[in-house]
Design a protein around this ligand. Structure first.
Ligand code: BEZ
Length: 211
């Protein structure tokens, strides 16, 4: 099933390293990041899960719960976690789905047969409090994801969910943002009292409104 931005994230119940999880219930009113890994005991995945554990507090500050998935079993996940903790100097502190029957991988179209017939690609789904998919990313097995970029994207998604702004290229939290084209230039001062610049009639910037 192809999942597009704005779709409701498919719900599921799955066995994880932290017990049985019903996805929507587990998400509650917060944000979520569901991300897949090709397989246990593989080098890139080991570093990615370690990095996620190191960043757990940063995700939590943003009210984002993280949930990993791979198509190996629970015993394998639990044993591999010991290696992740040892080699990445961390403690895996988030659930990993044991998706042996590929239910979640199939629901989220995480197996791309022309890349690999059995392993999942590196998919990321960021889901908002309304359970809608806000972002999808797909990386090949050979490229580890940039977790600073994932945190940056979450900052942008959460900002643009609350204000009529967009974030420009390479934007980072705290930098000026772009005023949404739906706001007339004459209405900007009332909506964005911190000031604004009109660079072109269609390109107006303002200091980040929530800083
Ligand atoms: C890895 O996680 O290192 C990996 C997994 C599958 C293919 C290539 C690399």
């Amino acid at each position: 099933m192809t999942i597009r931005l704005g779709d409701i994230a498919p719900d599921f119940t799955a066995e994880t390293t932290e017990g049985t999880i019903n996805f929507h219930e587990w998400l509650g009113d917060g944000w979520g990041m569901l991300f897949s890994h090709p397989a246990d005991y593989t080098p890139v995945c080991t570093t990615e899960l370690g990095r996620t554990a190191q960043l757990k507090d940063r995700f939590a500050e943003k009210n984002v719960k993280v949930l990993a998935v791979s198509v190996d079993g629970l015993a394998s996940h639990k044993d591999w976690i010991k290696d992740i903790n040892e080699t990445q100097n961390t403690t895996v502190n988030f659930p990993i789905i044991a998706d042996e029957d590929r239910n979640v991988a199939t629901l989220y179209d995480m197996i791309h047969p022309n890349a690999d017939n059995t392993l999942t690609v590196r998919s990321v789904f960021i889901i908002g409090p309304d359970k809608k998919v806000k972002l999808t990313l797909t990386y090949p097995a050979s490229t580890g994801r940039n977790f600073d970029e994932l945190l940056r994207v979450i900052d942008s998604l959460q900002l643009t969910a609350n204000y009529s702004v967009a974030t420009p290229a390479d934007w980072k939290d705290g930098e000026d943002v772009v005023v949404s084209p739906s706001i007339a230039t004459e209405d900007i001062p009332e909506k964005f009292p911190k000031g604004h610049k009109v660079i072109k009639p269609y390109l107006r910037t303002t200091p980040q409104p929530n800083k």
